[in-house]
Design a binder for this molecule. Structure first.
Ligand code: 5AD
Ligand code: SF4
Length: 448
């Protein structure tokens, strides 16, 4: 979601006459796009701002803007920071070019544009966001031939630990024709893979005349667009609504990748209830079984929070058990981080000590690593189709590249990372690779 916002802002600012520089020395403006999901992410932003404050001592005209969820959450408080000139929440990003222009022209140093998030966003605001969203090119330039497209904004779920509904506002689905038009345009610009985004993208629902459009309809229509080869979607909330339709289209369409990110968060029914997640562990596992029955070989990924208030050793063991039964290809595991304003933070005490959270996260990661390793090994000797992202950032010794065939990184349709040696000209292209070695999270191969 944040990568998409960064791409949209970059694109809008280029259109307004700004140009992008990687060098802080050269920059007249520094914008930091922020995330508030965990405290750690916010701490990193504050440390960047501390650094920028020093830089501004010698470069007082430098304009610093904080955009995104942290801007929304902290609003005026962030403006008190010596380094900060502009604070702009996620629903106000269409104004960013104007704000910067004002900051330059009037030499105004302190502009805030966060507004309180209301239960319902106004039609006007939705239209402005929609115009902004569909007006700009949104390829992720760092990864050629791939793009994110937002299907829906916001979230109505209010899981008790989560800040997202407070900073991104209520759920709003984009009109299907706007989404499809955007994908057509991207395809005509050479985009081959599109990832549809939403906090609960499987809830996507749009009523038009007699018909209700759901995510399966979007995937079906997008799969018919010439040039689009792979379609992915993140992230999902465990729910029966539309689930069959989505799995059916995944099974039927060669374009829809067999990959499902379906966070469980916990395996303890008591904790799930306290988290305001509307399912039990057993029901969740049944949903996975359904997915596997309709789409054999589907790769499933999950998210977990350890150390939620009140989580006992037994609750944690229930989570470890669920993780093992689910046989995820990969899990994203986080320590509970209290977020101010959320129900969990207001009503529940952060009871699990830091060292216990640490022990639990390590145990869960180790259990997942074992499963990931087994699933990866199944690829040994197999040929896989990958979409090449570009140069591998990490250098893997065992397959040291040469100048004309450097180490490239690519992904399979099921989101496995594949590293192999090949020409840079493959970036953004599909390739076939034979897997010769595996590790839990990475497959190593040879170009065939
Ligand atoms: N503390 C820790 N992890 C969190 N997540 C969301 N809120 C919190 C929090 N307060 C995790 C969830 C979610 C992922 C994006 O971040 O697992 O799925
Ligand atoms: Fe947060 Fe829950 Fe919404 Fe996901 S579904 S964004 S965890 S409130």
């Amino acid at each position: 979601m944040n990568k998409l916002d960064t791409a949209l802002v970059t694109s809008a600012l280029k259109e307004a006459g700004f140009s992008l520089t990687e060098s802080l020395k050269e920059a007249d403006v520094v914008l930091i796009n922020t995330c508030s999901v965990r405290q750690h992410a916010e701490q990193r932003v504050l440390s960047h701002l501390g650094h920028l404050k020093h830089i501004k001592e010698n470069k007082p005209d430098l304009i610093v803007g904080v955009i995104g969820c942290m801007a929304q959450r902290l609003g005026d408080k962030l403006l008190e920071h010596k380094a900060v000139n502009i604070v702009c929440g996620p629903t106000q990003i269409p104004q960013i070019a104007d704000l910067l222009k004002q900051a330059f022209e009037k030499n105004e140093k302190r502009l805030a544009v966060t507004e309180k998030i209301l239960k319902k966003t106004s039609e006007n605001q939705n239209q402005t966001l929609e115009r902004f969203e569909s007006a700009y090119g949104i390829e992720d330039k760092q990864i050629p031939s791939q793009a994110y497209v937002r299907a829906m904004r916001g979230c109505n779920n209010f899981c008790t630990y989560c800040i997202v509904p407070y900073v991104r506002g209520p759920e709003v689905c984009r009109p299907p024709e706007a989404i499809i038009e955007q994908i057509k345009r991207l395809a005509s610009e050479g985009i081959k893979q599109v990832t549809l985004l939403g906090q609960t993208v499987n809830y996507y629902k749009y009523n038009k005349g007699e018909k209700t459009y759901c995510l399966a309809d979007l995937l079906d229509a997008a799969g018919n667009i010439e040039g689009i080869e792979w379609l992915k979607f993140v992230t999902n909330y465990p729910s029966e609504e539309f689930f069959d339709e989505i799995m059916q289209v995944m099974a039927a369409s060669p374009k829809v990748c067999n990959y499902l990110h379906l966070p469980a968060q916990s395996g303890s029914d008591k904790i799930l209830l306290a988290m305001n997640r509307h399912y039990s562990a057993a029901w969740y596992l049944e949903l996975l079984a359904k997915a596997r029955a309709v789409v054999p070989g589907i790769a499933i990924a999950g998210d977990f929070i350890v150390g939620f208030p009140g989580e006992t050793e037994d609750d944690f063991q229930a989570t470890a058990e669920l993780l093992k039964k689910a046989r995820y290809r990969n899990s994203f595991i986080f320590k509970y981080s209290p977020r101010p304003g959320t129900t969990a933070d207001k009503r529940l005490e952060d009871t699990v000590p830091a060292d216990v959270k640490q022990k639990r996260i390590a145990e869960l990661l180790a259990a997942q690593e074992k499963i990931s390793d087994q699933l990866s090994r199944a690829f040994l000797g197999k040929d896989v189709k990958v979409l090449v992202e570009g140069l591998s950032k990490k250098s893997h010794r065992n397959i040291a590249g040469s100048p004309d065939k450097p180490q490239l990184v690519a992904r399979t349709a099921t989101d496995y990372i594949v590293v192999f040696n090949g020409p840079m000209s493959l970036a953004g292209q599909f390739a076939k690779v034979k897997i010769i070695k595996t590790s839990p999270l990475t497959l190593f191969g040879e170009l065939i």
